[in-house]
Design a protein around this ligand. Structure first.
Ligand code: BGP
Length: 482
């Protein structure tokens, strides 16, 4: 058998895209609760004040808050070994600044973990999946404020203490490297700035850029502090980082294009990985900051903390790849999850224009493992598609099965290459709200949820064909992919 016996097969979700119940049982608003739905052509906007007449997809999401028992039982039926989910920070600390946690919020996750246990499922918990409490975003301009580090550490400590006997696997920040890009400002860093409407901002002043990299630095420090505390609370904890896997190929063999692709991989992937796995800023960061006129505000002792708080494993999302080029005539753009690039003539794309590249997953796994030599985990991968009900009343998502099969095959090849791979959690195992567009129409799940882009639907669940296929995959530990 190629994969290890205890391979963590499962699925992944995030509270703000899945839970709903945005203001009940004491929960405060989080940044995503202020972001409207959108589409590919009509980007998501965010509001300072929540407008009662507007539909915000996170408010009800797909109602996991009231349907967790049914969902986790369905995961159990597929044979999941692992369920990746996030704790919604503002469910525990409503504004992020309270001294005492919200007991009802803590109890909800106890019930979730209990149900996982009954189904033989190991939770993998993300502490912050684009879920900064709105209170902190308002008061400190998000992670720009140094104070947010302490608020996060208090929240992380509460979770570690509270769930130390129920959760072993943790991730600190989802896709922390999104903060390297300007569009990470509101979603990942909770920074409001002056022009507060569009979710994805592309242009920034020098001050805004300095603030963004300072905010990212604050997340690094917060993550490292949490790792140190977590290990003290329970030495058996395995705490990982989480990177948005971004693979770009040189469009031509012009050495300049090759260098461009290298530089892009460095800043998009290795930069954050190096800080969190190796425990220090990489050598090329200095040049990047100089060339881009960026000043990061650090404090004495920060670099020491980064050294101490290195992660136990490296996790990442992988959906697609793209190309880069220094040639201005090559300008056919591809879409993507946060990172965009150029179209690759060898690849096909999803309905949302994300280029499908299973071979790239093998390349990515090898490249990252070669650098860090610590266990890796694919914690997001999957196909966002517009699933239509067939005449027989079922969802025959063969295209999804095909996508997943090829990526699992690539993963197995990487393991044969020698990569130490802990597990695989397919993104959006139950249909949920899309992060980039806010749509429901973009579905990833093995399990269909009755809900549409405008908030209609009764939330009932149905098994798609991929549900039965994945069950077989897990049963055979990845040997039966037919
Ligand atoms: C990742 C995020 C997820 C998720 C996924 C799919 O970047 O961590 O939250 O949503 O991408 O992206 P989308 O929902 O935009 O299709």
């Amino acid at each position: 058998m190629t994969l290890r016996k205890d391979f963590l097969w499962g699925g992944a979700t995030a509270a703000n895209q899945y839970e709903g119940g945005w203001n009940i049982d004491g929960k405060g608003a989080g940044v995503p609760d202020h972001i409207r739905g959108g589409t590919v052509t009509a980007p998501r906007l965010w509001d300072k004040e929540i407008d009662e007449n507007v539909y915000y997809p996170s408010h009800e999401a797909v109602d996991f808050y009231h349907r967790y028992e049914e969902d986790i039982d369905l995961m159990g039926e597929m044979g999941f070994k692992c369920f990746r989910m996030s704790i919604n920070w503002s469910r525990i600390y409503p504004t992020g600044m309270e001294e005492e946690p919200n007991r009802k919020g803590l109890d909800f996750y106890h019930k979730v973990f209990q149900r996982c246990k009954e189904n033989g499922i190991e939770p993998l918990v993300t502490l912050s999946h684009y879920e900064l409490p709105w209170g902190l975003s308002e008061k400190y301009n998000g992670w720009t404020g140094r104070e947010v580090i302490d608020h996060f550490v208090r929240y992380a400590t509460t979770c570690f203490e509270e769930y130390k006997n129920e959760v072993k696997y943790w991730l600190t920040f989802n896709e922390i490297n999104i903060g390297v890009q300007p569009f990470g400002r509101i979603m990942s860093l909770g920074m409001q700035g002056i022009d507060h409407k569009p979710m994805f901002i592309l242009n920034e002043t020098k001050e805004e850029k300095d603030d963004r990299f300072t905010a990212l630095h604050n997340q690094f420090v917060a993550s490292a502090k949490a790792v140190v505390i977590g290990h003290k609370i329970n030495p058996d904890f395995k705490i990982g980082n989480m990177i948005a896997g971004s693979l770009s190929y040189p469009y031509t063999c012009d050495p300049k294009d090759v260098k461009e692709a290298d530089d892009s991989f460095n800043m998009s992937n290795f930069f954050c990985g190096d800080v969190q796995v190796r425990g220090h800023y990489p050598y090329y960061a200095k040049r990047y900051f100089k060339d881009n006129n960026i000043d990061v505000r650090m404090e004495d002792g920060d670099l020491e903390i980064l050294k101490k708080g290195t992660v136990d494993f490296y996790s990442f999302s992988y959906y697609m790849s793209s190309c880069v080029s220094t040639h201005p005539e090559v300008n056919d753009k591809a879409s993507g999850n946060m990172f965009s690039g150029l179209k690759n003539p060898y690849l096909e794309a999803s309905d949302w224009g994300w280029q499908i590249d299973p071979e790239g997953l093998r390349t990515y796994l090898n490249r990252v493992y070669g650098r860090y030599e610590i266990p890796l985990m694919v914690v997001e991968n999957g196909l966002g598609a517009n699933d239509e009900r067939s005449e027989d009343g079922c969802f025959h998502d063969t295209y999804r099965i095909d996508y997943l099969r090829k990526h699992i095959e690539a993963m197995k090849e990487a393991v044969e290459d020698g990569v130490d791979l802990m597990g695989y959690t397919m993104w959006g195992c139950v249909d949920l709200v899309s992060a980039s567009t806010g749509e429901m129409k973009k579905r990833y799940g093995f399990i269909y949820v009755d809900r549409d882009n405008d908030g209609n639907g009764d939330f009932h669940r149905e098994r798609k064909d991929s549900f039965y296929w994945y069950k077989k995959v897990i049963e055979s530990n990845g040997e039966d992919l037919d």
